[in-house]
Design a binder for this molecule. Structure first.
Ligand SMILES: *[C@@H]1O[C@H](CO)[C@@H](O)[C@H](O)[C@H]1NC(C)=O
Ligand SMILES: *[C@@H]1O[C@H](CO)[C@@H](O)[C@H](O)[C@H]1NC(C)=O
Ligand SMILES: *[C@@H]1O[C@H](CO)[C@@H](O)[C@H](O)[C@H]1NC(C)=O
Ligand SMILES: CC(=O)N[C@H]1CO[C@H](CO)[C@@H](O)[C@@H]1O
Ligand SMILES: CC(=O)N[C@H]1CO[C@H](CO)[C@@H](O)[C@@H]1O
Length: 523
């Protein structure tokens, strides 16, 4: 049955006309407020499509709909759900419904909670991460997707979705012309290729998707790009496909579409193809496409862990200098090692690159290590890379070789942010850092942890920070500190208090709390 509502404001009262298949009803209310307390049910229909709350926007409707649905389904209505929504969500003006808030309830309760969102206009986001939801709940999610005209963002990350979910999702989306969903995150669910092909079919129709995360879903992404090219060129801004694969069988046929998507997309700001093997042809198509894209200019491209190696390095060397749309590049963990020297000139000539992640690429044989790191240092800090504002070299096991890099930070004039964590640079590295920080630099933020730095090293850094002029942010080196604290609690505390008093964030209170915690554990 179809029910139509119409709202008429006739001088002193509000009139609602309800047309059903069989007859027409007219109801009068003294005010909009009275109307807001009314939920309309058509009892001849089956749960939950029977429930139609007032279509007029009011935020308080959730609790009433939820209570009514509980009643209808003969389960007890949980007051805590109503209380949380009415009190916490509303007082914070929070429109993201987080299923984790109710993860202690049974699947049935969750299903009714989700069903209550189908006609609710308050909530615009549905969030669920690392919580396995059963088919009862999934069905209500799909129902809500097929009905809601308010839901904008759906996150069902690592929710144990079945492989047929994408297909059902695309049906639900197609059934709802009023859908305003622009963000979809199905990451870390095992979706099969057949199911995903249906989703791709949906994506190839014109749609308003802005944010798409299908990372870690065991899918072949080849055929996605043809769909994106047809349906998502205008609006798609965020695309995360990391931890999937390219099917080597199909990749030859799909490469032109892949390239064409990257040359035609209007709004891309973030693309991740991380942690999947990117054959040189694919990398070539990606960079060629981006080179000829006149629409975008501030792209974050994550191709870390793509096994680029020598062949990829050669493609980067050849094509990257002409890609002016990329502002952030993550090529960490690509086995570049000795090929870093091939890549560096391409990075150094670059006009728009502002942020570079290069860690886990420094497995350089000792013989040529020193010269390449010196050259590297010269390029990174030299005048050639002056657009560069941040550099991450984390987890590169630089050890003592890293000191040349740290040392050179002092004379660098463009970097504002460095991440040097996970390099086992020991206290000697910390001492170099302290020296670099004492000379005025442009650095605003230094991340330094997992470097096996002891209390002595932190005292050096703390002393340098007493002469700080520019550094504003140094995240708490939790890992090193806890190790340092275990062997020398007083000296570590002294170093950290010093860091705290010179005003470098993080807040010293957190630090002191942490230290007390350590002491308690010891006692
Ligand atoms: C992309 O997906 C990966 C894997 O799920 C995740 O680790 C990463 O944080 C995501 N990137 C962004 C920017 O959300
Ligand atoms: C660093 O900058 C501060 C403030 O601008 C200035 O007072 C100080 O002399 C500078 N120190 C050096 C070594 O340039
Ligand atoms: C950390 O440094 C100490 C001495 O400063 C050394 O004995 C130890 O082996 C180092 N540990 C690691 C994991 O590098
Ligand atoms: C104390 C600590 O976390 N040390 C780490 C320093 O970094 C190396 C990796 O480069 C780690 O293996 C250490 O555990
Ligand atoms: C010695 C010195 O300049 N200390 C400054 C360090 O930075 C903080 C916060 O910016 C200032 O408040 C200190 O005066």
């Amino acid at each position: 049955a179809t029910i139509f509502f119409s709202l008429l404001r006739v001088f002193f009262y509000v009139q609602v006309v309800i047309d059903t298949d069989k007859s027409s009803y007219s109801l009068r209310f003294e005010s909009r407020e009275h109307l807001n307390h009314v939920q309309l049910f058509s009892s001849s229909l089956f749960f939950p499509s029977s429930v139609c709350s007032s279509p007029f926007p009011f935020s308080g409707g959730f609790s009433e709909t939820y209570a009514a649905l509980c009643d209808y389904n003969g389960i007890s209505c949980k007051e805590e759900v109503q209380w949380d929504v009415d009190t916490i969500y509303h007082s914070q003006d929070n429109r993201e419904f987080n299923l984790l808030d109710f993860s202690h309830l049974e699947s049935r309760d969750l299903a009714v909670i989700v069903a209550s969102m189908a006609y609710n206009t308050w909530f615009t986001k549905l969030y669920c991460k690392d919580l396995r939801i059963g088919s009862e709940v999934t069905e209500q999610v799909l129902h809500t997707v097929s009905k809601s005209s308010s839901l904008e963002e759906i996150t069902l990350e690592n929710a144990g979705l079945k492989s047929d979910f994408p297909q059902k999702m695309s049906v639900a989306l197609s059934e709802n012309p009023a859908s305003v969903i622009h963000s979809l995150n199905l990451a870390h669910n095992s979706l099969d290729n057949q199911g995903i092909d249906n989703l791709y079919l949906f994506l190839s129709q014109p749609n308003c998707l802005v944010h798409l995360d299908l990372s870690g879903t065991d899918c072949c992404v080849d055929s996605l790009f043809g769909a994106l090219l047809r349906g998502c060129c205008a609006d798609l801004s965020f695309l995360n496909l990391s931890k999937n694969s390219f099917s080597h069988r199909k990749v030859k046929d799909t490469l032109p579409l892949f390239r064409q998507f990257f040359s035609s997309a209007f709004s891309l700001t973030h693309v991740s193809l991380a942690s999947m093997k990117l054959p040189p042809d694919v990398l070539r198509a990606l960079l060629t496409g981006l080179t000829s894209n006149p629409h975008i200019n501030d792209l974050h491209l994550d191709i870390s862990g793509c096994e680029l190696r020598s062949a990829g390095a050669a493609v980067i060397q050849e094509l990257f200098p002409r890609v002016s749309s990329i502002a952030t590049l993550d090529i960490s963990d690509n086995g570049l090692d000795a090929d870093l020297l091939t890549v560096l000139p391409a990075l150094s000539r670059h006009p728009s690159l502002k942020h570079l992640h290069l860690g886990k690429n420094f497995n350089i044989k000792n013989r040529c290590c020193h010269c390449s790191l010196s050259r590297f240092t010269a390029v990174i800090y030299g005048y050639t890379l002056c657009a560069l504002q941040s550099l991450s070299l984390c987890d590169s096991r630089l050890r003592s070789r890293g000191t040349v890099l740290v040392n050179a930070l002092g004379s660098n004039t463009c970097l504002r942010k460095v991440d040097l964590s996970g390099n086992s640079m020991e206290d000697i590295g910390a001492k170099m850092l302290s020296k670099a920080l004492q000379i005025n630099t442009t650095l605003r933020s230094v991340t330094w942890d997992r470097n096996n730095t002891s209390a002595a090293g932190f005292l050096d850094v703390a002393r340098a920070l007493e002469h700080n002029f520019t550094l504003q942010y140094m995240p708490l080196p939790l890992s090193d500190i806890s190790q340092a604290y275990r062997s020398a609690p007083e000296r570590t505390e002294q170093a950290l208090t010093k860091v705290g008093t010179v005003g470098v964030k993080p807040p010293i209170q957190l630090l002191q709390y942490y230290l007390k915690l350590g002491r308690l554990k010891k006692a």
